[in-house]
Design a protein around this ligand. Structure first.
Ligand code: MN
Length: 200
C-alpha cells in the first residue's frame, strides 16, 4: 500500500515539476523524506497583514489548514482561535520564503514546526473528523508534541471558527511560551527576519 502511495505521489510530483521553472519560482522542488510514510503536520509562521501561525495537517494528499492568530500553546488552559482556511497542496508544508508584494498573503513564511501526527479517533478518518468539527491528534514535531484538539465552535459545517487546545499529557507545559522560547525555523534554523532578508 505504501509503495503504491509513493509511486502515485512521485507521478504527481513529475507533473508538478514539469509545470514550473525552478530558476524563477521559489516553490519547493524536492520531495521530502516524510512523504508517503506518515501523515504530516506543519505550523508556518506567516507575517502577512498580521502575524499569525498557519496550522496544517495532511489528509487525502492535501493539507487541511487553519490560521491561528495567537499560535499554538503548550498550556491546556489556552483555547486559541483557529480560523479554517482553504486546503493547501501537500508540498506547501515545506515552503519557506517570501510571498511577493501584490500576491495573496504577501510576506515572509517560516516552517516554524514540522513533523508527523496520528489521528487519535481510531474509528473515524480525518476527513470525517473535519466534517464533524472535532479533530484529535497526537503530534510528533520538532517543537510541538503530544495531544492536541481542534474543535469547531458551532456544529454547522460552514462555520470557520475552531479552537486549538493542548491536551493534558506529559508534554503539557504551563507558564511557557513556546513561540518566543523557540522562535526559529524547524527546517533551517532561521529567524523570520533572516528569511525576509535572504529570500526577498
Ligand atoms: Mn497565512
Amino acid at each position: 500500500m505504501k509503495e503504491i502511495e509513493m509511486s502515485v505521489k512521485n507521478k504527481l510530483l513529475e507533473k508538478y515539476k514539469s509545470k514550473r521553472n525552478f530558476s524563477i519560482t521559489n516553490e519547493p522542488y524536492n520531495d521530502h523524506e516524510l512523504a508517503g510514510k506518515s501523515s504530516i503536520f506543519v505550523v508556518q509562521m506567516h507575517d502577512a497583514r498580521n502575524l499569525h501561525y498557519d496550522f496544517r495537517i495532511e489528509y487525502n494528499s492535501v493539507l487541511a489548514s487553519w490560521a491561528v492568530p495567537k499560535g499554538p500553546s503548550t498550556d491546556p488552559n489556552d483555547k486559541h482561535l483557529a480560523v479554517r482556511t482553504e486546503d493547501h497542496p501537500y508540498d506547501y508544508a515545506f515552503f519557506e520564503g517570501v510571498i511577493p508584494q501584490g500576491q495573496y498573503g504577501a510576506g515572509p513564511v517560516m516552517v516554524w514546526d514540522i513533523g508527523t501526527y496520528k489521528n487519535l479517533k481510531e474509528d473515524l478518518s480525518i476527513e470525517e473528523c473535519l466534517d464533524k468539527g472535532e479533530v484529535v491528534i497526537w503530534l510528533e514535531g520538532e517543537k510541538l508534541k503530544g495531544g492536541y484538539v481542534l474543535i469547531r465552535t458551532h456544529w454547522r459545517n460552514e462555520n470557520k471558527n475552531w479552537l486549538l487546545i493542548k491536551m493534558h499529557d506529559e508534554y503539557a507545559k504551563k507558564n511557557y511560551n513556546i513561540l518566543t522560547e523557540q522562535p526559529n525555523s524547524a527546517l533551517t534554523g532561521r529567524s523570520l527576519s533572516q528569511i525576509e532578508k535572504e529570500e526577498s
